[in-house]
Every structure is written in structure tokens, then in C-alpha cells.
Design a binder for this molecule. Structure first.
Ligand code: ZN
Length: 1024
């Protein structure tokens, strides 16, 4: 699927300041929505109700929950107001000296509509949309059994169906299409006009009737149908716009088994957003504007390019024809079969009919003037396309894709089924990449890299390529039946992205990245607003479908697969997957199909029984260890962050608990295993065992509490000999103890006591985890009126890690692991203003500019060097110039982050909005970087509030970009005033976003932040 994780979060977060944990979570809490919201997944709902139910009823459920909270919190209000007040005071006292920060009104200078117009516009929009909603949903609603029954119970049946645009009855009343008709083949002819930014199309759909029916219903959105014929007879097409459906009705039955042909001629605009068949532009080397047209269909935008049965289970074959001007090329999923010159002088490319059945969301086509490099890899022609001036940056992607294609061909034991595989870098592209079958599209920054770039830069490219290639099997060949099981595609692609690279490119050191991603998934999954990996209901509206693209689906999905693989005897996991791929190739699956396939080949206990406890419930377990001599008692409960400190015991998992002890602790052969199925269980160890470490290498998706004695023993062991545990085990201890402090199970003093050992720590994974955790606390304090604590926290961090920061070399560093460690240390050092760091960075920047940018800055140091440079006015402007001119995408990305770290956030945000230099696609990244800083975080929050409607015009409600924007602008608030403000703003949005899960998550996070502060400020004052 559109892969964004690494682009917006992981990669960047580690960077500009280790920020992943703060984004995701840590200090959060449970709203009292509990049962309704979480279990809305959700046996209690009547299935009929689910079908008709528009998004708003979930809102209603959650809204009620939120109101419940208000009373409880009134008590805090006055003191919280005080906090809010002093916060404001602080920002104004700080501004003259430290930064030019003023709590500016959002950037009116660069926003076209005035505030008043905006307000009026919003009001009208709300009014119109709510009226529209009422009109559209009322009829559907009357049909529900429990929805709004009484008032309408006597309404005649005709009202059951909605009205189409012409006023006639639309013959279908569900968001999901009827199963009575199945498409077999699509014949698509498209003629885009890159001057008028419109296109014309003809779609011929061959279909087969599955059950007798009087209607054919399919999807179509923002398309003007000019003419429709069914079996060569002209027919009338009805349209129901709110659900993006069209239909043809017939007086008599179409009979089961009948083969029919529907032909539709239409026109449409090339989309100005990032989905459907959209236009994109960029400035070439000479500064001239170039245009192109490309597609992004996942999850539900194929219907914007051609009328179709736009659900993943309606697989069909496709034949595509594109008419183009001679100066462009056209690409589609399949190789080109022939080109015909039309009388107009235009050329028509016809592509081979797909040799596989595929879902509509995987169809793709592009019209652009790209060039490519090519290689033949076991009967597949692999090509990498880019704009002509970046051709020399495509080699690494070609090498990586070629090698991974061979790897996957072997490891999956099914050859990639198409004769060609194109990887295309698109100048304006929202997601990280998209796995369209045979025509994978990428952002330029996730595909293009110079040969001499650092391995850390290449790591990102390899990651995205490995992910998208794995999709060609998991997702494309075997597809989830519906979006509620999206993890079957995304969890697998994410898992294989790490598994393939760790095997084939060990020098890229993906192990540390994967570990961080697992921690990140846990942070999100410890919230009440989380959801099960496999959602059991209620994924129907476009927003709900978009929201499935989150770190639970991607990273938790991948983590569960890792846990299963490391639990099963060698080779069984792969054997099970091969069985799954063989059995379901070409078709669609649900989660149980996967577990059943693996259970069939696994020799031991039922994989289904174990894994269902992990995929059907949200959250994950906390395992608490208590020991009396040789008897060790393990207890499990739900690790759910909340403000009331209650224990959550209703959920049970089958936990494959692994452990090592002091006599054998770091080699894989030391690992022992015990399955904890019940609430509590006992295992025996020798009395002489000094300590136990559970969750070896942190491959299990759970957190462990060792009790006071257990923690003390582990801390002593680490102080004596750091290497007694593997680096990932050390990172896991650091992660777990911070998490437990958030849960209120250990004091912050115990956290600091573990961190004492880190003065001897030199390994990347534990170091970056400690830095990430500490800086997230730092930044939370930094946003509050806690000036003295902020200073002491800073002194603590520098006291612990200062010597290591100062000892870092600034020359070329070969190993990725060292690059990761060095950049994490130095980025934190410079952002805390450590002179040694800023001096070195300034010197490197000067060498670079004085040498006319020929004296290269090592790739892993570019971000820290640019960020220091961007703090001065002249540095910022000259970096913006470089950004405009450079064709090096990895450098560009780092310059952008540096530009966004400015103390004057207004100018970076305006620069993005004005377009031209920085593509709008970068807005989420810019917002997330700006909100890290003290100067920026209130500014961007105001900006997001004022510009919400413009933002959702470009980034759809529920999408990953919006999730990221909501999270990065709100996750550092920790006062009642801000809580109320955030709550007020989002609830005012109504159908324009208030129902999003990320809003729930934001409110939960603020409450938890608030709670954490209440509980820990005193300790921090004592112990820092
Ligand atoms: Zn994906």
C-alpha cells in the first residue's frame, strides 16, 4: 500500500530529534469511551445497521464518551488554566531573547482567504454538508432495524433506496457492492490532455452474472458519463454520488451464468489531489515547468479514473490503451504490445492484457517524459524510471530491486508472474511508494540516491524497494478480501522488507530499525484508541478505510509475524507461508486463512489458537515476573495506559514467553521458551539463578515487569558487565522500564537508576532508545512552564552522554550502525546547543559552502549540519536556494528538515504553501518537524486549525498524512487548557474529521501527558 511510515515518521523522527516515542505515545491515557468505542468492533452491532450506518454514529458513540469525561475534569480546570496562562506568558518572555518567536496569527500573508471569509466559508460548508448528510443518510437509516426506527417505522418501503442525481430511485442502498455481478475483464482506453488537464475514457467491462439480478451496480466518482451501452443497447445510468456508485436497472432478470458487456464513455478532470488519475508537475533543470499524469488508486480511487467494481475481491484482467502526444511516454502494469499513430498525430499505446487477475487498486498508468535504465533478471525486465536529469541516481534502486526480485522468487517459491517490473520516481507523489503490479510508483526521495551517498541514505531506498517488491506476492498475488484485513498485505510487506534486507543486505543493519518500529507500534497499541490488527467490522466509509493505513496495520502486523517465526521450529513459518501462497494465489483471503495454512504444516500446537489472541484483540500483554527461590510466577494483564491506574485483566493472550538467565544469556542457544496461556503460571528455575531476562531479543510483542528485586538484579548485572545481555535486550530493558513508568508501575527514580549503566553503553540500539525516551520527556517539559526542570533535564542528558557526544568523529564513517549512533548523538547534542557540536557543524557547513558544495558532508551528518546552519537567517536562505537547485534527493530531504527546524516557522510553512519550491506533498513532514521545536509547535497547531479545510482538500480525512498532522501537532500538549482546545476544535469539524481515530488518540495522549506530569514532576524535581 502507499508506504509512508519511513518517510514521515520512522526515518525523520529518529532524525531531527529522536521523536518517535513522543509522536506515538507514551504518556497517554484512556478516555472513558472504553467499551463503546473500542468494542465497537463489535459484536453488539446489528449487521444490518453496520451496512447502512454512516460514519456519524461512531462519532456519536465516541462523543458521548467524551462528554462523560468533562465532569470529572472540571476539578482540574482552574489550576490547568493557570498553567495555560503561564505558558502564554512564557512564550512572550522568551521571544525577544532566545528566538524571534511570537505567537503569530497563522500565516495570513500566505493564505489566500481572509480569516473572516474562512469562517463564513466553513460555516456555509458545514451547513450545506450537514443538510446534505441528513438528506442522503436519512433514507438509508430508515431501513435499519435499530438505527432510527420509530419515527419512520410506518414509512413505505420505497424510501429504503436513496435517490440518484436525476431524482429517480437508485437501486442499491449499501456502501459495499452487491455480489450478484462479477467483472471478468476491463478494456480501458484513456486519452489524457496535459494542457487542459482533462481526459476522456472508454471502459468496456465484461462481466458474469453470479445470481439472478435486475441491476448492475459499480463505482464511479467525479466522472461524467456521456454514453452507456449494455449488450450494445444504449442504457440509462443512475448515479448516487455520496457513495460513489452508478447503476443500470433492468425490467427483467439478468440470469445467473450470463455473460454481459457494459460500455461506458466518459470525460473527467485530471485530479488536482494525489489520488485517482492526477496531474503532477515539476521544474526541470532549466526551470521550465513540466507536467505529467500518474495514478494512485489504493485504496478507493480507481473509480475516479474509470467506472469499476472498486473492491479488492473483484479481481479481473485489464487491457489498457493510452493515447499520448509524441513527446511523452506511457507506462502501465503490462509491457507495451503496440503503438499506433492516429490521424491526429497522437500515438496510441496498447499494453498487453494482464496475465493475472488483479484488484482494481493495483491498476496504474503514467504519461510523462521519463528516461530509464534496465536489466534482465530471471526473465523479468527490471527498469527504473525518473525525470531525465536524475537518470544517474537510479542505479542503486536497479541493483537493489534486481537482487531482491531473485531473493523473493526463491524464498516464496513462486516466480514473479509478469515479464516486466518498473520502478518509477514521480516528482509529486504523496505516499512513500505504491505497489501497483508491475509498475511500482515512488516518491523521488524513496527511490533515487547517488552512488556515493552514505549507506544510511541507501538504507531508506532499500527499505521501500524491499517493501513494495514483497507486495507483489503479499497483496498483489494473494489479496485481503476487504480492507479490515489490510494487515495481510501491509504487515507482510513490512515484515519481509526487514527479513529480506537482513538476509541479503546485512551491511544495511536493518535490525535496529525494525526494533524501533516495534517499540513504536507498542506505543500506539497501548492506547485505548488502538484497534485489533484484524478489524472485525465497521470498515466501510472511505475514512474508515483510509485509517486502516496506520502503524498497527504495518508495524504491529510485522511484529506479530516476527514473533510467530521466532516461536515456531526452524523453517515451519516459511513452510506455512508457502502453503498459504500456493493455496490462495490469484484470490483473496481473511486472517483465518493464513493461520489455518500455517497450522496445517506446523507440527506443534495450533497456530490459530495462539495467533487469534493477538490479531482479534487490540493491545498487548504486560508480563509480570515474581520469584520465590526456584519458583517463578508469571502473570499477564493488558498493558493499557490510563489515568486511573486500574489493572486490565479481561484480555488473555497465548504468550510465547522466552527467557535467558545469568548463566547463559546472550547466545541464541541460551533462549528457553514457555507458553503463558492463562492469567498466571509458574515455571521452575535453579535456585542459583541470579536473574532472568524475558523476551529474548525483544522478538515478542509484550512488555515485562521484573518487580523491584528483579530490576535491581538486572541493573547490577549490567553495571558489572554491559555485554552480559545482547544490545537488543538492553534496548528492550530501557524501553520496558520507560513504558512501566508511564503505566505507573515503576517510579521515575527506578528509570534513572537503570539509565546509570548507560554511561558505559556504546551500542546503537540501547543508546538510541535511551536518547529517544529522554528527549521525548525533555520536549514535553520544554512545552510547559518548567524552565528550571528543562534546564536540569538538559544537564542530565548532557551529563550522561556529553562525553560520548564530544568523542564522535565528524569524518566519513563506514558502518551504518555507527552512522545511526553518531547521528542520534550529534543531533541531540546540537539541538540542546552543546557548543562542541554546533562548532563542528558550523565548520563543516562552511567548508561545504566555501568549496562550492564539492567538499561533501558525510550523509549521516548532513541533517545535523544543515539544521545548525538553518538557525541563522543567511544560512536559512542559502539552504533554500540549494534546495531549489539540487537534484540530490536524499540531500534535499535533509535540507527540508533543516529548513523546518527554524525558529521562524512562519516562513517555512508559507514557502510550502506558496508551492513552486517545495511540493505540497511535504507539508506533513514540515509540520511534524516544526512542531518539535518550542517556537513552532503552537504556531503549527494554529496553522492547522485555520487551514484545516485547505489541508483536507489535499490530504484526505483519515489518511496517513492527516494522522501524522494530527499527532505531531497535538502530542506534546499536557495541560487542561490545551486538551479543551484540541477537543473543541476537532468536535467542531463534524464530518470533516472529528470521527477520526487519530483524534481520539490525540485526546488520549494529552490526558496521559497531563496525568504523567501530575505524577512525575515532583520526582523529576527531586532526582534530576
Ligand atoms: Zn505497503
Amino acid at each position: 500500500a502507499p508506504y509512508q511510515g519511513l518517510l514521515i515518521e520512522a526515518e525523520y523522527s529518529r532524525a531531527s530529534l529522536p521523536r518517535n516515542m513522543i509522536e506515538n505515545s507514551m504518556f497517554e491515557e484512556e478516555p472513558d469511551v472504553v467499551d463503546l468505542a473500542k468494542d465497537s468492533t463489535f459484536p453488539a452491532l446489528d449487521p444490518d445497521e453496520v451496512v447502512y450506518e454512516p460514519r456519524s454514529s461512531r462519532l456519536l458513540v465516541r462523543g458521548l464518551g467524551e462528554n462523560d469525561l468533562d465532569d470529572e475534569e472540571e476539578d482540574y480546570e482552574s489550576s490547568a488554566r493557570l498553567l495555560g496562562m503561564s505558558f502564554m506568558n512564557r512564550s512572550s518572555t522568551r521571544s525577544p531573547s532566545a528566538s524571534p518567536y511570537i505567537r503569530q496569527a497563522p500565516p495570513r500573508s500566505c493564505s489566500r482567504p481572509s480569516a473572516r471569509m474562512l469562517v463564513v466559508g466553513v460555516f456555509i460548508l458545514v451547513l450545506v454538508t450537514s443538510m446534505a448528510m441528513v438528506l442522503y443518510f436519512l433514507p438509508g437509516c430508515t431501513f435499519t432495524k435499530t438505527g432510527c426506527p420509530k419515527a419512520n417505522s410506518s414509512t413505505p418501503m420505497e424510501l429504503v433506496y436513496p435517490k440518484s442525481t436525476t431524482g429517480e430511485m437508485f437501486p442499491w442502498n449499501e456502501l459495499r457492492l452487491p455480489a450478484s455481478v462479477r467483472p471478468v475483464n476491463y478494456d480501458l482506453s484513456l486519452t489524457p490532455n496535459l494542457t487542459s488537464m482533462t481526459f476522456t475514457g472508454r471502459t468496456i467491462i465484461n462481466m458474469i452474472i453470479q445470481h439472478n439480478t435486475k441491476r448492475v451496480v459499480l463505482h464511479s466518482s467525479e466522472i461524467n458519463i456521456i454514453k452507456a451501452t449494455f449488450q450494445s443497447v444504449e442504457v440509462k445510468v443512475l448515479e448516487y454520488k455520496p457513495w460513489q456508485q452508478i447503476a443500470v436497472s433492468f425490467p427483467g432478470d439478468l440470469k445467473e451464468g450470463q455473460v454481459c458487456v457494459l460500455t461506458l464513455d466518459y470525460t473527467a478532470n485530471l485530479s488536482h489531489t494525489y489520488d485517482g488519475f492526477y496531474n503532477s508537475s515539476y521544474n526541470d533543470k532549466t526551470g521550465a515547468k513540466r507536467v505529467l499524469a500518474a495514478t494512485q488508486f489504493e485504496p478507493q480511487a480507481a473509480r475516479k479514473a474509470f467506472p469499476c467494481f472498486d473492491e479488492p475481491a473483484f479481481k479481473a484482467t485489464f487491457l489498457v490503451r493510452i493515447t499520448r502526444e509524441p513527446e511523452y511516454i506511457a507506462l502501465s502494469n503490462m509491457p507495451k504490445a503496440k503503438t499506433t499513430t492516429l490521424p491526429s498525430g497522437m500515438l496510441e499505446d496498447e499494453f498487453e492484457q494482464t496475465s493475472v487477475n488483479m484488484s482494481t487498486y493495483l491498476v496504474a498508468f503514467i504519461v510523462a517524459n521519463f528516461t530509464s535504465i534496465t536489466r534482465n533478471v530471471s526473465n523479468t525486465l527490471v527498469s527504473v524510471y525518473s525525470v531525465p536529469e536524475k537518470k544517474e541516481h537510479t542505479q542503486y534502486a536497479l541493483d537493489t530491486a534486481s537482487r531482491l526480485l531473485q531473493f523473493y522468487n526463491t524464498v516464496f517459491d513462486i516466480d514473479y508472474p509478469l515479464r516486466k517490473l518498473d520502478l518509477v520516481a514521480i516528482p509529486d507523489f504523496l505516499a512513500g511508494a505504491m505497489e501497483n503490479w508491475g509498475l511500482i510508483t515512488f516518491r523521488e526521495t524513496s527511490l533515487l540516491v547517488q552512488n556515493q551517498s552514505s549507506l544510511l541514505d541507501k538504507q531508506l531506498i532499500a527499505n521501500v524497494v524491499a517493501h513494495e517488491l514483497a507486495h507483489q506476492w503479499f497483496g498483489n498475488l494473494v489479496t485481503m478480501r476487504w480492507w479490515n484485513d489490510l494487515w495481510l498485505s501491509e504487515g507482510f510487506a513490512t515484515y519481509w522488507q526487514y527479513a529480506s534486507l537482513m538476509t541479503e543486505f546485512p551491511q544495511l543493519y536493518l535490525g535496529n530499525v525494525f526494533l524501533e518500529e516495534r517499540f513504536k507500534a507498542m506505543a500506539k497499541d497501548s492506547l485505548n484508541s488502538s484497534h485489533p490488527v484484524s478489524v472485525s467490522a465497521q470498515v466501510t466509509t472511505p475514512e474508515q478505510v483510509s485509517e486502516m493505513f496506520d502503524s498497527i496495520t504495518y508495524e504491529k502486523g510485522a511484529s506479530l509475524l516476527l514473533m510467530l517465526n521466532s516461536t515456531l521450529p526452524d523453517g515451519q513459518f516459511r513452510k506455512g507461508l508457502l502453503e498459504y501462497l500456493r493455496q490462495y494465489r490469484g484470490s483473496n483471503t481473511v486472517t483465518d486463512d493464513l493461520w489455518n495454512s500455517i497450522t496445517r504444516v506446523a507440527v506443534q500446537e495450533s497456530v490459530s489458537d495462539m495467533m487469534r489472541t493477538w490479531t482479534l484483540q487490540k493491545g498487548f500483554p504486560l508480563v509480570t515476573v515474581s520469584r520465590k527461590g526456584g519458583e517463578v510466577t508469571l502473570t499477564q494483564e493488558h498493558f493499557l495506559l490510563s489515568t486511573d491506574n486500574t489493572t486490565h485483566t479481561s484480555s488473555l493472550w497465548h504468550i510465547p514467553v522466552t527467557y535467558v538467565n545469568d548463566s547463559c544469556s546472550s547466545a541464541p542457544s541460551c533462549r528457553q521458551m514457555f507458553t503463558l496461556r492463562n492469567k498466571t503460571a509458574t515455571l521452575k528455575v535453579s535456585e542459583s539463578v541470579k536473574w532472568l531476562k524475558l523476551n529474548y531479543m525483544n522478538t515478542g510483542f509484550y512488555i515485562v515487569h521484573y518487580g523491584d528485586e528483579g530490576w535491581t538484579a538486572l541493573i547490577d548485572a549490567l553495571k558489572t558487565d554491559v555485554s552480559t545481555l545482547t544490545p537488543h535486550d538492553r534496548a528492550s530493558l530501557i524501553h520496558n522500564i520507560f513504558s512501566l513508568s508511564r503505566l505507573g508501575r515503576v517510579s521515575f527514580r527506578q528509570v534513572l537508576s537503570l539509565l546509570d549503566y548507560t554511561t558505559n553503553e556504546t551500542e546503537t540500539a540501547p543508546l538510541t532508545e535511551a536518547l529517544t525516551q529522554l528527549s521525548s520527556v525533555y520536549r514535553l517539559l520544554d512545552k510547559r512552564p518548567e524552565l528550571r526542570l528543562v534546564a536540569r533535564m538538559k544537564a542530565y542528558i548532557l551529563g550522561h552522554f556529553g562525553p560520548l557526544m564530544d568523542s564522535q568523529d565528524w569524518g566519513v564513517e563506514e558502518s551504518v550502525s555507527s552512522q545511526e549512533r553518531r547521528s542520534a548523538l550529534l543531533e541531540l547534542a546540537c539541538s540542546l546547543g552543546r557548543k562542541n557540536c554546533t562548532d563542528q557543524a558550523t565548520a563543516l557547513y562552511e567548508q561545504w559552502t566555501n568549496s562550492n558544495q564539492t567538499n561533501r558532508i558525510p550523509g549521516d551528518l548532513q541533517r545535523v549540519v544543515f539544521s545548525v546552519a538553518a538557525q541563522s537567517d543567511s544560512g536559512w536562505l542559502s539552504l533554500l536556494d540549494t534546495y531549489r537547485l539540487t537534484t540530490y534527493d536524499s540531500e534535499k530531504r535533509k535540507i527540508l528538515q533543516a529548513l523546518a527546524s527554524t525558529q521562524d516557522p512562519r516562513r517555512i510553512v508559507c514557502t510550502v504553501l506558496e508551492g513552486g519550491i517545495i511540493h505540497t506533498q511535504e507539508l506533513p513532514l514540515v509540520i511534524s518537524t516544526v512542531s518539535d521545536g518550542f517556537a513552532g509547535h503552537l504556531f503549527v497547531w494554529d496553522f492547522v486549525k485555520e487551514s484545516w479545510d485547505r489541508i483536507i482538500e489535499k490530504f484526505p480525512v483519515g489518511s496517513y498524512s492527516i494522522q501524522s498532522i494530527v499527532k505531531s501537532t497535538t502530542s506534546q500538549f499536557s495541560t487542561q487548557t490545551h486538551l479543551e482546545e484540541v477537543q473543541g476544535f476537532f468536535s467542531s469539524l463534524k464530518e470533516r474529521g472529528s470521527q477520526m481515530r487519530s483524534v481520539q488518540e490525540a485526546l488520549e495522549t494529552i490526558r496521559l501527558n497531563q496525568h504523567w506530569m501530575d505524577r512525575n514532576l515532583a520526582t523529576l524535581r527531586d532526582w534530576l
